[in-house]
Design a protein around this ligand. Structure first.
Ligand code: PGA
Length: 259
């Protein structure tokens, strides 16, 4: 299985000029490099999806969205649906990012609906899980992750769960742009959560260890710490926010994983 480097561009790249600069830089850096064991998924804002899909898709690059509505179409002013994402070149979709859970009050139940409509439209859901600092300090990690999985994946078949991508993102480790010396989990901490997730999937959903979905780490990842956060922890890849806006450093993350 290839390691994944998912780039969540969030609400950035605000003009056509910026988009062209980003795409040009991304392709320049990629040229001449071979990625056999690593795959990139770039998730721009919806407005750039079609353009990115036309210009950046390669054998080693897919395109994803950052969210979807839970219905296919209808009277939902301002929303974007999974079939739209698919029809305009998306391959994957991030669901339940902590910013959406917090700022847009997304519940596990809503996330469950979003996962189902994405699967129905042949998009690979990238589902974010993770605890706040307070929940960690109160020893609630297990409870929170169990609930996120049990409610989020309710009534989804074992075969479909195997095809999902899960991203463990401790919310306290996600960069806020302020603190360069942010405390991050160790490789061992992350490995413990990987084992916890797999145990929940076995106990609650009957998944066999060989059929586990890919599990990524996210939160302040860069090319300098990816060895510790992903390789040492035995994760299947990373979900990258801030660093995905800098193609040189972003692709370097893939180069470390490719070695
Ligand atoms: P970060 O963001 O890499 O900037 O910490 C990760 C995320 O929010 O997915």
């Amino acid at each position: 299985m290839k390691r994944l480097v998912v780039g969540n561009l969030k609400m950035n790249i605000i003009s056509k000029v910026e988009r062209e600069n980003y795409s040009r830089a991304f392709l320049n850096v990629l040229t001449g490099k071979e990625f056999k064991d690593t795959h990139f998924i770039i998730c721009p804002p919806f407005i750039h999806l079609e353009n990115f899909s036309r210009n950046l898709k390669r054998d080693c690059v897919s395109i994803g969205a950052q969210d979807t509505h839970e219905e296919a179409s209808g009277k939902f002013t301002g929303e974007i649906s999974a079939p739209m994402i698919k029809n305009f070149g998306g391959d994957a979709v991030i669901i339940g990012h902590s910013e959406r859970r917090k700022l847009f009050k997304e519940s596990n139940l809503l996330i469950n609906k979003k996962i189902k409509i994405s699967l129905k439209n042949n998009l690979v859901p990238i589902i974010c899980l993770g605890e706040t600092r307070a929940q960690r300090d109160d020893g609630e990690i297990k409870k929170i992750i169990s609930l996120q999985l049990e409610e989020g994946l309710r009534d989804i078949s074992k075969a479909k769960i195997s095809q999902l991508i899960l991203a463990y993102e401790p919310i306290w480790a996600i960069s806020d742009g302020k603190n360069a010396n942010k405390e991050l989990p160790s490789g061992d901490n992350i490995m413990e959560i990987r084992i916890l997730i797999q145990k929940i999937l076995t106990d609650k959903f009957g998944l066999n260890l060989k059929k586990m979905p890919q599990i990524l780490y996210g939160g302040s990842v860069n090319f300098k710490n990816v060895e510790e956060l992903c390789v040492k922890s035995g994760m299947d890849g990373v979900l990258v926010g801030g660093e995905s806006l800098h193609p040189v450093d972003f692709i370097k993350i893939g180069e470390v994983l490719e070695k």
